[in-house]
Each structure stands twice: as structure tokens, then as C-alpha cells.
Design a protein. Sequence first.
Lengths: 329, 684
Amino acid sequence: MLAYIVRRLLLAVMTVWAISVLSFMIIHLPPGDYVTSYIASMSASGSAVSEGEAQALRQQLGLDQPITIQYLKWMGLMLQGNFGMAMEWGRPVSDVIGDRLTLTMVISVAAIIFTWGIALPIGIYSAVYPYSFLDYVFTFIGFIGLAIPGFLLALVVMYVGFAWFGANVGGLFSPDFAEAPWSLEKIWDLTKHLPIPAIVLGVAGTAQLIRIMRSNLLDELRKPYVMTARARGLSEYRVVMRYPVRVALNPFVSTIGYLLPYVVSGSIIVSLVLSLPTVGPLLLKALIAQDMFLAGTIILLLGVMTVIGTFISDLLLMWVDPRIRFGRE
Amino acid sequence: MKLMRAVIVLAGLGVLGTLAIQSGEAVAQAAAPPKIGSSLIGKLEGPTIVLDAKTFPKAFKEAPQLAAQVKAGKLPAVAKRLPEPSQLFVVKPLHEIGKYGGNWRRAFTGPADHENGNRINSIDKILTFDYTGTKIIPALARDWKVSPDGKTTTIYLRKGARWSDGTPFTANDFMFWYNEIYLNKNIVPTPFFEFQINGKDGVMKKIDDFTVAFEFPEPYSYFVAQLAGSTSIGAGLATRGGFQNFGGAYAPAHYLKQFLPKFSSEEAVTKKAKDLGFDSWVSLLKNRYSWALNNELPVMTPWKTVSPINTPTWSMERNPYFWAVDTAGNQLPYIDRITMTLAENTEVANLRAIAGEYDIQERHMGLAKLPVFLENAKKGNYTVRLDPALNGSDATIHIGNAFEADPEIAKFLKNKDFRHALSLGIDRDQLNEAFWLGVGTPGSVAPAPDTLYSPGAEWNKKYATLDVKQANELLDKVGLTKKDGDGFRLRTDGKGRLRIELVTIGGQFVPFTAIGEMIKQQWRKIGIDLDVKELERNLAFTRNGTSENQMLTWANDGSEMIYLFPRHALPVDAAEAHMGQAYARWYASRGTTGKKPDDPEMLRAFDLFRNAFGASEEERVNNGKELWKIIVEQMWSIGTVGQSPAVMGVRIVKNNMGNVPERQVNAQHARTPHSSMPISFYFK
């Protein structure tokens, strides 16, 4: 089993390296570079960059060097724990991402709690009472949630909030608190703003999880051991929760691998629409501006999170499911 | 209905570029009756500055918060913070003497939006333009003089003026910038175009503590305008200092020395940079040099940064040492704070403006949303003002005059009659109604008739009115006589239909792609098959660099001041030249790289342009008019609709704001809204 873990670890390191090469290449795929984009964006906003300034910028940012040299430079920096400079921000990449990481994680975790908190009980209920009235109602609502794109829902929720409830449009804080240092009032302000993004982000995933939970549990409930348990006179609660639900949870555990990158990135489009200061819009803007170290680091971070997440879910599966654990030994 | 339409507009404009165009059209069509906005364009007005020192105020007052600090002994008295009484910058506010206080709420869209705050604080330019955008007036410098031979421009600083930390501001801050920043090749590797005349460098000299001279080897009388314009050398420390540029002609020596190797050692500054996570001392210097990123940087601006631009709120507070007063002796600015909240996209900014969450906001407000702005004006307690720009065309079809890939198409693009025919085939009134809600002015690329270099109103209409008959005659004349079954003209080399490609860029202030599609329909009548191709902005700009675009739509903003910002009128700036970048490279490198234009008129325009910089004012104005005549006649770019508020000209002003002009000049060189002097705005 130890050999298995070591092998997985080595593979993970190789994957991360491959991701770093790929992410660097992806950023260089579009034509032009950061300076082209800077000139264009200045021109679009009624300002200007002169040719001399453009050349100076290219030289300072090392954009005049071949791509391999740029990559090696970036790698060299990263091995020292430095992710380079975010060109558009004029600050180290780690600072720029760090600023937004906490809030991103708060929002994502809130969304996940919302999703799981809704999806698991409903999934269980739907499986235990399949084709009941409430099953249909939940299924219907779930599918609506699945069918509406998150950004559209965000727009509608935001407009309704503004038009009827006088809520601040977008963002995570009221203007009074945006600048204030952290305090109980500020946390309360954040808590008040959190439900909208959490619900909008969570709704789409809910239907999917309900369906997965429902079908897995249905499969399990039909198995003979459940019948045996019932025959032995166990309470209905124990019959359902003790084994079938645990088995049905397997797919959830294996999706943890995808949850980790989600937690650090948030959703790009929804965050953009709701004007949430998360990593998602940061990535989008960095890609548009061809801010290569910033975009590269975020993509790499997402890759690393996926790798770590997959690794953790492998371990968790071994722990949750005795069949995997014993099958290996 | 109201709500629904707002939702549709927002949903459409929000995320998907294509949707944006369609709903933009929907709004435009729903916006009848036409001329919806013409009643919103008021009288051009603004504050003036008092130049006669005899009439200057003698006693001074200050904001209550500063008075409290003086009382507590934390600040010197107001008279001690201001320059000597005869050296003040005295503003006569537009309407009345204002009141102190208030927090000006605005939107910004992230660290790339530094111009948002720069333009409010642009009074730290050496010289500037008045509220009409035509007359040069003092700003940071109290006066200037050009030597009779035009080779030397001398500026006089305000004695007793201080940096925001109280350190005296002197000629040494100019010399520090010149010797330690500008001449340091690690920081500024390429000299600024504006600091050269015909490729020869200028030098900066200190005459005394409050006098600085700029000397050039050849006459350069236009340098005064460079100091007043939005240029690398003249746009001030806030705008052009640091971050990406290191321009601005002065810098706080006492603060910045600690980041330069010369004043400690290469190792020491490198270590300092690495410790803070920067990859080199230049990167750290860039960061520390920027007023928007670094709230410790001493500035000469009316407001200084508190919470930097890379946080969700970019906020500023008054500079206690700001060097201006009103005519009653009140130290300016009136407004205590500016708080800009981050809008991750401009739609959120527009929705918040509709909700009345911004006090004055002209940046990021979309013309297509005008109906929604007007519907909610009462509820949001704001007034909508439109500020038409001075440039001729917001959606200009720049011809790729240096395009070569397809010799047949290149041949026609280089043919003046062909270009005229294309222009005559455009129905600009239809475009104006559909995309500018009727508030633009149809015409050529020539600037507004009341601008300095306008050759006259007739040139705004020249070859710029719909005349299908004449267009067809011209196209027949150039040899495009054969047509296919659908009525489209055929190529003369026998390779089928003549298809011309127009590159458009999405997500801009005006919907270039939808405009292109309408022109495509209009050109059917003259038998020209247009292929509208939307490209991502970087791709379009990169293709420009290699002269691969046959035609590209982009604005011609800034071109009204053709010598300050020629790039949208003539291919002379290699950084951006949509009408032939190879030619621009040739011009900028004085013939060493790039391609020499084969059009003798373009060479004549280049000569006229080059000669203007050393010429007398009168000569230069005549020269500029002649240039515009050539540009309109030769039509290297085709104008459509301009002089409109589409770009930064839709202004939302809360009804409790005072001294805000009905109309302000909307121009790059005026650095709108700086020309309206935000230091004199106040909360009633």
C-alpha cells in the first residue's frame, strides 16, 4: 500500500510539471503579448502608450526573450518560492492571488455547504420515497436549477435584489464596510451578502447531486442485504443510513478531486456578473491582458489543486469503502 | 416593462458579446423618437483660474478635519502649508464658493483602470488646458516662457509648494527625475519621443531652485503643448509616473532615493526587492513610484491614495499640502474623500449608477443604456449629462494602406477613387440613429469645426454623405465594371467576386461589429461585398503590426489635437497605426526600418507633420488645417459618426453635486474630467 502511495505521489509531481509547461504554452497561444494588450487597452480607454514606452516595458518584463528562456526564468523563480510579477498589477503574483484567496474560499465553501446541505437530504428522501409527489417536486425544481445558466440566475437575482429589496448591487460588502478593518460588524455584513452568491453558485450543482444520490441509493436499497436488515427488524432509519447511504456516498467522495480547484477559483462567469472579488475574474482579466505570470500561476494552482484533490479522494475512497481497501491487500 | 427591459439590456450586455450587439440594437430601435439625447447636451462651461496675483486672496481657510489636526499640533497652519501668497493656484469655481466635506463615490474596474483616478488628479501636470480644451494654462508650474529661437522652454515653479508629506517641492525634484530616472537605461531604456526633436534628445537644466529649462538642439516651440498634453513628459507624476512609464518630468527625490542603487548599492536594493517578493529592484521601484499602488508615495495631487488600486476599494483622501485655493482663500479641494468601488465588469457599474450609488461618474457609462439611465433618473436622484467628444468619428474604418497579401485588393485599397466610393456608399444617418441614438454627428474623420486645427465645417461633410450614384460611377471608373448574378462587382484578375474584409473588435464603447454589418448591407447597393470579421482585440492589433488587416474599425479619438496624438489620424506612431503600421515604422525610424509609403500625398503629410513641431503657432495651425484637408481628401481612414458622447461622454451626476458643468470638454488632451477641476466640485 505504501508503494501505491509513493507511486501516486511521483505521478502527481510529473503531472504538475506537465501542467506548468502546458499552462505556459496556453498563455502564449494567443497572438501578441502583454504589451500589445496594454497598448490596445490604453487606446480603448482614451489613453496612450508611446513606442518608446512599449519597448521599455517589453525589455523590463523580459518579453523580448525567447519563450523557452521566459519559461526557465519562471521555473527558476518558482523553485525559490516566487511566482513572478503580475504585470498589470505591478505587484508580486503571490500577493495578488493571496488577497483574493480567502474570500474565494469562503464563497466556495458556502456554496458547497449549500449544495450538499440541500442535495443530500433531498437525494435520500427521493430514493426512499421514489415517484412520490415530493420526489417529483424536487426533481422539477432541481432540473430548473440545472437548466438555468448561473450567470443568468445571477443577473436576475441581482436585479430583483436591487429593484425590490434595495440591496447593494453585486460585491461582498456594503460600501461602508469595504474598506473597514475586519471586525464583528464587517463579518456580519459579509454574512448578509454571502447567501446570494452561495445560492447562485450552489443551485446548478444541486440537481446533479440529487440525481446521483437518488440513483445510487435506489440501487443499494434494492440489494438483498437491505432486505435482510429489514427482516431482522432494524429501524428504518438505521436500515437506510447505516450502510446504503454510506455506499451511495462513494461518488461524492470521488468528486472531491474536482472540488478543490473549484474552491480556489470560484466560478469565473458568476463571480464576474456578481462582481465578487474572487480568483475567477482575476484569471479572466489576466488572460485577456496576457499577464502571463499571473495567469500561469492561477492555471498551475488549479492544476495542482486537481492533482492534490484526486490524490486525497483516492485515499478517502480507500478509507470509506472497505472493498477498495481490502481488495488491494 | 421597465424592469424587463432593464433586465434584458443587462443580461444581454453582460457576458456575451454577440448578445450585447443585439440588445444594443433593440434599445436603439426602442429609443424613438430620435434625438433622445440632444436636450441633454448643455452649455460648455467650467471654472477659470485667476492669473493676476494682485487679486489673490490674502487670508486662508481650510477643511474642518485639517483645522482639527492643526489644533492638535499634527499639521502646520494652512498658510504655512500653502505656497507663498503670490505663487498660489487660484480657482474661480464655476458657480459658487463650495462647502467642505463629503465622500465622492465612483466605480473603477481594477488595476488597469488607473486612468480613472489619474484623470481626476491630473492637475499635477506641469501645464494644462482650460475648460474649453483650447487654451494652455499653468498648473503645477506657475508660468512658462519659450525663447525667441524656440529651442528653450523655461518653467517657473511655485515657491513654497510642498509634497503631500510636507517636503518642499523644488527644481531638484525635476533634476532627480532627469538624471536618476530618465537617463538611467535600466529604468527608461528608450528616450521619450516628446523629449526629442527630429530624433535629437533634449536636456533638462536647473536654473535656480524654482526654475527649470528644457533645451533642444533645434527649434521646438511645440514643446509647451507637450507639457500641457497627455504625454509621457507632460502628463504629471500621477498619470505617467511609475507603474509602466516613469514619465512625468519630476519625482519625489527624498522618498525614491532609497529604491535606487546609486544611493545605496545594487545588492542592497536588490535584497530589499527580493524580501518584498519582487523579482528586481526595477519592479519594486515601479511599484513604489505609482501613486495608485503605493499610498506612501509623496504626491502633488489634490487627493492621495489611502487604499490602493489593487484592493476592492480604491480610496483617496485630501492632500493637506495641496497648493490651490478658491477666490475666497479656501484651500482646495472641497471634497474630503473619493471612494471608488470595484466593479468586476462595467455592467455592474452601470446598474449601480442607475441605483444612484455614484456621485459623479462618466467613465464606463454606456451610451446604449441611455434610455434606462433616463427612466431611473428621478428614483436615483441624478441628472444625465452628455458630453460630445471633439473627434470626427467613433467608428472609423481605417484602411490598411500597407496591406499587400492580396495584390488585387491592395491595388484598390491604394486607389483614392475607390476609397471615396466606399465612403459615399455609407448611410451615416442610419448608423447614427441605430447606434448613437441620434446624438452623434455623421461625417468624415475631420475634427469638430470649433477645434483648433479644423479646416472648416465643409470638410466634415466632404465625401461623407450618401451618394450611391456617384459611388457607382467611381467604382466603374476604377475598372470594377463587371458584376456577378447577385449584383456584386468582380475582381479584375478573374478570381471571382471582389470580397473585402473589415476587421472589427467586440466589447468596445460602440458596437463595431453591428456597425460593420449595417455598412455591409449599405454597400450592397454599390456592389461591394463586405466580409465583417470580428477578431479578439489583441489579434486585431497584432495583425495591424504586420499590415495584415485590409480594413479595421477603431475610433479616432484624440485626433483633434493632431500633433499631441496623431496616431488615429496619420501612420506616424509605431506603437499604434491602423492605417499602415509599416509606414509608421518608416516614419518613426526616419527611414531605417518599415516601408516607405508610395503615396506622394502621404509623404507630403509626413513632411507637414514633422515641420510643425518647430514652427510658430500661426504656421502650425495653418499646417494642421492643411494636414486635415489632405487626410480627408486622401481618405486613408473613412469616418462614419463622431462628435458623440459614446466614449466617456455619458455622465451621471447626483443632484446634490455643486459646481459641476452642464457640459464639459470630452477630450484626451483635456484629461476629462480634470479640465472641469474636480477640486472645485462640492456636496451642496
